[in-house]
Design a protein around this ligand. Structure first.
Ligand code: ASP
Length: 315
């Protein structure tokens, strides 16, 4: 049974802050990418290929904080994190603090396929990407002007901010965007997950979030679930969110929804917020979050593509 879900980040996402046009742009983009993923899964593509392709499409969109249009660090540069994991054998690849590459998730995939390492960071990750034939962009090719304004606002407040939470007077709320991720269960019952992000605005150069850390922001094992998280990364690392959900299922016998709720409660108790998308081995879906909203789309048991943004929408 085929299942799919994607997210475009969680945070303070409220109706009053989004124009009808911008809301429609989000819904359309999430829906298109989910429909493409569904078609690929129906055509027999593997879960891992489908999550990579969905995240590539999300990285390409300036609506989200990943790839083109990523948030800027304190030096005004883009440094991105990404990971991919194949639930068949827990092979995985990840990049951290990577600059000047259009599709970090595909570099993560190349690391996984290469097989020698799991996580490459900074200049070494960039060098690996170039060795593998990825184009090295100029710094400014990934930067959009809204991100420069966002950084100026964050610096004025001396804050490191989660993309969707930024509420500075000088920043246009329409330009808030977020981390992206995808999870899939293919026709063979294989699970996979991928996550990609520019991280948090005004972060210290070299800061690494939860997204590329296997077991924190990204996880897939065919025995339990595949999961991609979004939220304040420091808390998601401290709670080991992705593997904590898997462990609650493996050792405590929790079902997916209960395991996700317990783990997110742990994050909240520490003061963190965010959400996640997950699919278990039996095809159950969970898209919980403890923030006001989360950009999300999914294909459930009825085979229909659905999208939602706010906390009061189903799913
Ligand atoms: N989790 C990401 C990070 O901390 C941010 C996000 O999800 O928006 O890098």
């Amino acid at each position: 049974m085929i299942r799919f879900a994607l997210h475009g980040g969680a945070g303070v996402i409220e109706r009053a802050a989004l124009s009808a046009q911008r809301e429609e742009d989000y819904r359309q983009t999430l829906g298109e990418i989910a429909r493409d993923a569904l078609g690929r899964l129906q055509a027999g593509e593997s879960a891992v290929a489908v999550v990579e392709q969905a995240v590539v499409a999300l990285e390409e969109s300036p609506l989200f904080n990943a790839g083109y249009g990523s948030v800027l660090n304190a030096d005004g540069l883009v440094e991105m994190d990404a990971a991919i994991m194949d639930g068949r054998d827990r092979r995985c690849g990840a990049v951290a603090a990577l600059g000047r590459i259009a599709h970090p998730v595909s570099v993560a995939r190349a690391i996984m396929d290469d097989g020698r390492h799991v996580l490459l960071a900074g200049r070494g990750a960039q060098r690996f990407a170039v060795e593998q034939g990825f184009a090295l962009l100029r710094e400014e090719q990934l930067v959009i002007s809204a991100r420069q304004q966002q950084l100026i606002a964050a610096k004025a407040e001396n804050k490191v901010s989660l993309d969707h939470d930024q509420q500075f007077d000088t920043f246009d709320p329409e330009d808030r965007t977020g981390t992206v991720g995808a999870v899939a269960r293919d026709a063979q019952g294989n699970l996979a997950a991928a996550t990609s992000t520019g991280g948090m605005t005004n972060k210290h150069p070299g800061r690494v979030g939860d997204s590329p850390l296997i077991g924190s922001g990204t996880w897939a094992d065919n025995d339990h679930l595949c999961l991609s998280a979004t939220g304040h990364g420091e808390y998601f690392i401290r709670a080991q969110v992705a593997h904590d959900v898997a462990a609650r299922m493996a050792y405590a016998g929790n079902n997916l929804l209960d395991a996700c709720a317990a783990t997110l409660a742990q994050v909240a108790s520490m003061g963190g917020n965010g959400g996640l998308i997950a699919i278990d081995r039996d095809g159950h879906l969970a898209l919980p979050f403890n923030s006001a909203g989360m950009y999300r789309g999914w294909v459930g048991a009825d085979g229909q593509v659905r999208v939602a943004i706010y906390g009061d929408e189903a799913g």
